[in-house]
Design a protein around this ligand. Structure first.
Ligand code: FDA
Length: 584
């Protein structure tokens, strides 16, 4: 007999674990989280919070999204990504990033009701964790996962209370390993991984100093510093990263992974900060310093029986593109509704297999992208004649040559402009953030082929209602006149059916099939004089079905199925689709 019983045990209270707990608790599923430390992240690692992640927070409730926005630096402050010799030194180039370029901005506005922002992990985690605990999650801090055994009915996990040193057991229906890049849960499961850990070495230096005079005229979250040694280890170049504008900063500086990690003493930290800021007299208030390794590794399968891994436990990569915490929270959005449906008896256990089928390809994609982004700093170094050497005079000479009135210098200037512009694949890759499309048993084909991406799929989001894709956002209108996103009509742990005038038979069928399967299905008819109206015609242009067709939207906003027009027997179609999608 276990000491404690719950439906889902989550190991880890990072972005992945806290988001999953919050989503489970919001669905009324009994769950418990454990964290080996007494509190949440004490260093602001992740900041870049993309639109898809903000949609997850919005799904948790407008107050959750609003709190994140309140603590975040807004998108307008994120944009002038600077490349320079040092903050005080010469600027080499700039690019508008993170959806602040006017064309990108339009795409961001069209794609989502939510805005990208810059929210340090030290703020994001408490918001998610508090939401979870307030809604019913049982949290045990200073409690370590030790081991687990699973059988046909559940999982028995041994945890250690680090205050008393005593072990206790938790019996749950499911176990989620959200225990970060050194995941013990993943190790115990023996899941398959591809790639390599420790491909580069990096140090973080967190400090307070008012640097407004160097940055306030070119507000950005990232200031890339090009100095001898900047291409050794690390994340592509030296980085001065805004944490809070403009008096809290994180420096990321590489070290050679083939050497032992440096001891980042206060003296070394101050020296590196002075060097990258370019102010030999700079006084910093050092808040912390540590070393970490750059990884290039992902799980090709994220489940074994009743145990799942998510977040950094499954995808281990550098912070390039700012995808880590985002993808971790999105893993939670994918798994939580499935666990809830199975726990409530509304889905068969087979539904859970779709988690790995849908998220493991994303893990591969983001790990590959993040590591490729490091390599894509190469052309900038080349354009400046920096070939990996640390000969300061040579580098200085090459950098100065770009200002000459010669053909060679003109070629060099063009090469540098192109190399910087190409970094949009790291700093403005809206498609990487938004184009996740799933293929699994939790999606039912409508017989149509996947629409091709007409623009670069890493840079541009391509909305479609093709089953497996995320429901496109457009603004529609309630009868009161209130503007509401199509995404707001959906989610919150339940399926939604969207149809138009002439599709009322889908609504009746959803009511009947929902009652038969014990499954709540929300329905909306969108059209003139209906509960939701499409005054702008944006929905009619986005939906890719006729008025009397229908879309079935999963709780995570992805399309489960669609019908172009009314079926001869709508109830039979919905019964078939829901049974298939929910593995019933
Ligand atoms: P995370 O590591 O955050 O949490 C793991 C949890 O498990 C912790 O609570 C830990 O205590 C707990 N745990 C571990 N072992 C345990 C055990 N045995 N028992 C109990 N508890 C255990 N991402 C992003 O989206 N945007 C960005 O801008 C950046 N920027 C960035 C900069 C830098 C410098 C770094 C190093 C990283 C980023 N990231 C990022 C990445 C981001 O920080 C990372 O991907 C997330 O923290 C991963 O979240 P997880 O919840 O998966 O793991």
């Amino acid at each position: 007999m276990a000491d404690i019983e719950t439906d889902v045990l989550v190991v880890g209270t990072g972005p992945a674990g806290s988001a999953t707990a919050a989503l489970l608790a919001s669905s009324g599923v009994a769950n418990m989280v454990v964290n080996r430390y007494r509190w949440l992240s004490n260093t602001p690692r992740a900041h870049i919070t993309n639109q898809r992640t903000m949609e997850v927070l919005r799904d948790l409730g407008p107050e959750v999204e609003a709190e994140a926005v309140m603590h975040a630096s807004p998108q307008e402050l994120m944009g002038e990504n600077v490349f320079c010799e040092s903050l005080a030194g010469e600027e080499l180039g700039r690019m508008k990033s993170w959806g602040t370029d006017p064309l990108s901005k339009a795409e961001h506005l069209q794609s989502s009701p939510s805005f990208m922002n810059d929210l340090p992990q030290t703020f994001m985690e408490p918001i998610l964790f508090k939401t979870a605990c307030a809604r019913g999650t049982q949290a045990r801090m200073s409690t370590e996962y030790v081991s687990h055994v699973q059988d046909a009915d559940g999982v028995t996990t041994t945890c250690r209370d680090r205050l008393s040193g005593k072990d206790f057991t938790v019996r749950s229906k499911f176990l989620v390993g959200a225990d970060g890049g050194n995941s013990l849960v993943a190790e115990h499961l023996g899941l398959p991984f591809e790639g390599k850990m420790g491909v580069g070495g990096s140090m973080n230096i967190l400090f307070r100093a008012d640097l407004s005079k160097y940055v306030a005229h070119r507000p950005s979250v990232l200031y890339w510093v090009m100095q001898p040694g900047a291409d050794v280890g690390g994340i592509g170049m030296g980085l001065v990263r805004m944490v809070r504008p403009w008096n809290e900063w994180l420096i990321v500086w590489g070290y050679d992974i083939n050497q032992p990690p440096p001891d980042v003493t206060p003296e070394l930290a101050t020296e590196v900060a002075r060097q990258l800021v370019g102010d030999p007299g700079l006084e910093i208030e050092l808040l912390g310093a540590n070393t970490w390794t750059v990884n290039n590794c992902f799980a090709t399968h994220m489940q074994k029986g009743r145990v799942f891994i998510m977040g950094d436990a499954a995808h281990r990569h550098p912070p390039s593109n700012g995808l880590g915490s985002n993808t971790s929270i999105q893993d939670g959005f994918n798994l939580a509704w499935k666990l809830a449906k199975v726990v409530k008896g509304q889905a068969g256990i087979g539904l859970l297999e779709s988690y790995s089928a849908e998220r493991a390809p994303i893990a591969r994609q983001i790990v590959t992208r993040a590591n490729q982004s490091i390599a894509e700093f190469g052309p900038i170094f080349e354009a400046l004649g920096m070939d990996g050497g640390v000969d300061h005079d040579k580098i200085q000479k090459n950098m100065e040559a770009r200002a000459d009135a010669t053909q060679a210098a003109e070629t060099q200037r063009e090469a540098l402009r192109k190399a910087i512009a190409f970094k949009k694949y790291e700093f403005d890759a809206h498609g990487v953030e938004m184009n996740q499309r799933y293929a699994s048993g939790a999606v039912a084909s409508d017989g149509q082929r996947e629409p091709a991406f007409e623009k670069d799929r890493e840079l541009h989001y391509a909305p479609t209602t093709w089953p497996g894709a995320r429901l496109p956002h457009v603004w529609v209108f309630e009868r009161s006149g209130r503007k509401i996103s199509t995404l707001d009509l959906c989610g919150h742990g339940e399926f939604t059916l969207l149809t138009g005038i002439g599709g009322e038979a889908w609504v009746a069928a959803a009511d009947a099939v929902g009652a038969e399967l014990g499954l709540p299905i929300r329905t909306y008819v969108i059209g003139p004089r209906r509960a939701v109206e499409d005054h702008t015609g944006d929905w009619a242009r986005a939906r890719e079905i006729r008025d009397a067709g229908c879309l079935i939207v999963r709780p995570d906003h992805h399309i489960a199925w669609r019908a172009e027009t009314l079926a001869a027997d709508p109830a039979a179609e919905l019964r078939r689709v829901f049974k298939s999608v929910l593995a019933r």
